[in-house]
Ligand binder design. Structure first.
Ligand SMILES: CC1(C)CN(C2CCCC2)C(=O)N1c1ccccc1/C=C/C(=O)NO
Ligand SMILES: [Zn+2]
Length: 349
């Protein structure tokens, strides 16, 4: 987790090195208040997170920590509450820029923590900035569409809105035994009023740009026609890129770029968020590239001279070359999946 701030610094530095901030309005984020966070999270969980965030030796809270998902595979660390509040405040502020029309597109590459639960941390997500950003947008927009491009199922966001027909969630992710979080099968469609308003696109290892973007964009077009969203939130987790330690998908930033380009063409308020991404150089490449896609700019392939240039060796280029691992998704399995999704969407009234 502590490596995330270094990744954040690499992302900012690369975007600055390409001189993109001159074309953007950068907003200084304010931490979300305790009350803001309570709009989704339970008070007792937040109080506990705040308490251990101020302690040095948090071992003595181990017992209670387990209750809140703060254990060995998702440890709290000093300052975690302040870090989570700031990231969440930035996502809420980005949503507000769309609501007051000071922006058509808003970006928070340090947000996208899609596993957070109302009463516990999960998957290294301590507060769910995505849910809080969508709740903020819902104060103005009647129908909000959420797309999750991260290699992991966006379970925290899907859970939060599984009974709602005002927020339609689409998650494309690796779905395999033993792969975190394990949820998100195609038959997971939501419940009650929200039945068929949760869309899942479960995939196997090795999928490449062309198949990924073709499938996702075909689903997105059907979703737009059936749901007609007034605002869109897209989590652009970069841990599906080739070379990520997750070693799952075989994507390059072009795959995410095609999806974002499709969303841009809808000309509806759009909020872009970060998420996973553990090959830090490729994650920075991806989000710098997506920022340029939003701006309609083509970036020079040579990584500009800057503080982290050495991280981009040995090629020092923006382009990410796909790996040569096999694709475990067959044309038949992808077509069958698409047919199931189409059937589910046809049930939307
Ligand atoms: C510890 C990290 C967060 C890092 N990591 C990398 C580094 C080694 C292999 C991939 C993981 O798989 N992690 C996880 C561990 C337990 C549960 C969830 C995740 C990731 C969630 C996620 O990215 N959601 O979008
Ligand atoms: Zn992920």
């Amino acid at each position: 987790m502590l490596k995330i701030p270094r990744r954040a610094s690499m992302v900012s530095s690369l975007i600055e090195a390409y001189r993109l901030p001159s074309l953007l309005r950068t907003v200084q984020p304010t931490p979300a208040s305790f009350e803001d966070l309570c709009k989704f999270h339970q008070e007792d969980y937040l109080e506990f997170l705040q308490k251990i965030s101020q302690q040095e030796d948090i071992e003595k809270y181990d017992e209670e920590a387990q209750l809140y998902g703060l254990s060995y595979d998702c440890p709290a660390h000093p300052g975690v509450y302040d870090y989570a509040s700031l990231v969440t405040g930035a996502t809420i502020q980005a949503a507000e820029c769309l609501m007051n029309k000071t922006a058509d597109i808003a970006i928070n590459w340090f947000g996208g923590w899609h596993h957070g639960k109302k009463d516990s941390a999960s998957g290294f997500c301590y507060t769910n900035d995505v849910v809080l950003g969508i709740l903020k947008l819902r104060e103005k927009f009647n129908r909000v569409l959420y797309i999750d491009l991260d290699v992991h199922h966006g379970d925290g966001v899907e859970d939060a809105f599984c009974s709602s027909n005002k927020v339609l969630t689409v998650s494309v992710h690796k779905h395999a035994v033993g792969f975190f979080p394990g949820t998100g099968s195609v038959s997971d469609v939501g419940m009650g009023k929200g039945k068929y308003y949760s869309v899942n696109i479960p995939l196997q290892d090795g999928i490449k740009d062309a198949e990924f973007s073709a499938l996702v964009c075909r689903v997105l077009l059907k979703v737009r026609d059936r749901f007609n969203p007034e605002a869109v939130v897209c989590q652009c987790g970069a841990d599906g890129l080739t070379g990520d330690p997750n070693g799952a998908f075989n994507l390059t930033p072009n795959a995410l770029g095609k999806c974002v380009y499709t969303l841009l063409s809808w000309k509806r308020p759009l909020l872009l968020l970060g998420g996973g991404g553990y090959n830090h150089a490729n994650t920075a490449r991806c989000w710098a590239y997506l920022t340029a896609v939003v701006l309609g700019r083509k970036l020079p392939d040579d990584i500009p001279e800057h503080k982290y240039l050495m991280e981009y060796g040995p090629d020092y280029t923006l382009t990410v070359t796909p790996g040569n691992q096999g694709d475990h998704n067959t044309q038949e399995s992808v077509q069958a999946l698409y047919s199931q999704i189409l059937y589910n969407l046809s049930q939307i009234s």
